[in-house]
Ligand binder design. Structure first.
Ligand SMILES: Cc1cc2nc3c(=O)[nH]c(=O)nc-3n(C[C@H](O)[C@H](O)[C@H](O)COP(=O)(O)O)c2cc1C
Length: 233
């Protein structure tokens, strides 16, 4: 499971901006058409709450006020899911063989200064790339058996998986590993939301094919978890 440092991974690390410094582009986002990269805001990397108190207070929250999320909050939530934390591209959540089968999309409806659209998080650059324009929350809710929280979230973080990245090395057992990993990433998001005083819930009840169409996923990529996030009422 150990990853050796290759010339390639060293070069990648050198190119990669440090999301804590905000280096490598203007802070905050300006957008956009499909394919446009959007630099996320600098990470705060601190919180008034201890890990223990965050674990104590985390609850599934399904109703939210209409106040938008800030870009800082969104950036922190996405980093918690799959942010890069090590020079060789290692991330906030463990991954079998460091193969990273998960991708992170975010369906944005109400985030300060960001047009409603679907974006893909690029962990290496701590950036978003716009993949589909417009507010897609209603469509996503319909794909999630009409669950209100999916339309009510200011943003919905969608964790998806490319099984082949892990099964190529581990065979059938790789499927189990991908499912474990989505749990790790989802819990990271829930804890980060709690630390920020936000509400989130894990949504696993949805029609795979419909979610896949809303997100515009490739054939080999499956939706695994939806995480609506908003300001608690
Ligand atoms: C894999 C998984 C799938 C879930 N799917 C849904 C869902 O589709 N809709 C929902 O409202 N809650 C869903 N939940 C949230 C659970 O209902 C919730 O975690 C549980 O009631 C315990 O409450 P707590 O999270 O506040 O501790 C899911 C949780 C997990 C772990």
């Amino acid at each position: 499971m150990k990853r050796t440092k290759t010339a390639h991974s060293r070069a990648e690390a050198e190119r990669r901006p440090d999301p804590r410094s905000g280096r490598g582009g203007p802070e905050g986002a300006s957008v956009s058409a499909v394919g446009t990269p959007v630099r996320l805001s600098r990470l705060t990397m601190s919180s008034a709450r201890s890990l223990e108190s965050v674990l104590q207070v985390r609850r599934s929250v399904r109703e939210y006020s209409r106040k938008p999320l800030t870009q800082d909050e969104l950036a922190q939530l996405l980093w918690a899911a799959q942010g890069v934390t090590g020079p060789e591209g290692l991330r906030t959540a463990p991954s079998a063989g460091a193969l990273y089968p998960l991708e992170v999309d975010v369906v944005i409806g109400d985030v300060d200064g960001l047009p409603s659209a679907i974006y893909r998080y690029k962990p290496d650059r701590h950036e978003l790339v716009l993949t589909r324009e417009g507010d897609q929350r209603r469509e996503l809710r319909a794909a999630a058996l009409g669950q209100d929280c999916v339309e009510a979230g200011a943003a919905i973080i969608a964790l998806t998986g490319v099984y082949e990245r892990t099964t190529a090395k581990y065979g059938e057992r790789g499927i189990r590993y991908v499912h474990m990993e989505v749990g790790h990433a989802a819990q990271n998001v829930c804890l980060q939301a709690a630390a920020l005083g936000l509400g989130a819930v894990v949504v696993g009840a949805f029609e795979d094919g419909r979610v896949k169409r809303v997100l515009g996923l490739a054939r080999d990529e499956e939706p695994l978890s939806l995480l609506p996030v908003g300001r608690p009422l």
